[in-house]
Design a protein around this ligand. Sequence first.
Ligand code: CO
Length: 186
Amino acid sequence: MLINNDTIIKDNDPLIREKSIDVSLPLCAEDKETLLQMLKYVDDSTVPEIAEKENLRPAVGISAIQIGIPKKMTAIILKDEEGKKLCEYALVNPKIVSNSVEQTYLESGEGCLSVAEDHEGYVYRSARVKVKAYDALQEKDIEIKAQGYLAVVLQHELDHFKGILFYDRINKANPFHKDPDAQAIE
Ligand code: CO
């Protein structure tokens, strides 16, 4: 399967709004291959030489619906400035089991592989989430206690399972509405 900026489903395609279904476990070979391809996309997308050559838009995460597969699978890689991996997940059926009341948001707003245009404004999300999932990399059930940027990324990706895009969560009347209780992430 070829995943690049031309094959990724954009928000002008109604499929991006489709609800994703649970994946049956143990993971079949086809689902595993799809998920590993998604992970490879994310990994390669932040290497400028590969990204340019293969038409990849830099990303920290991608969900299966974005390549037209309505299944609960998402791949996430966070790297530091030197390109060293801070964390890497190939999640199947991830589910938020608890979340903080405290909110957070990215100061510079969010972006998405399925959204070509800029949508400016703050996207408020829980500052901390606990996620349970099967991780195809570790080949076991895991629990992620996330805060800050990873918490935002997880919530963004899991929204894709419900057909929700980040800009749905921006206050239309006042996109930069400041919630004094929310912690900004730079
Ligand atoms: Co997205």
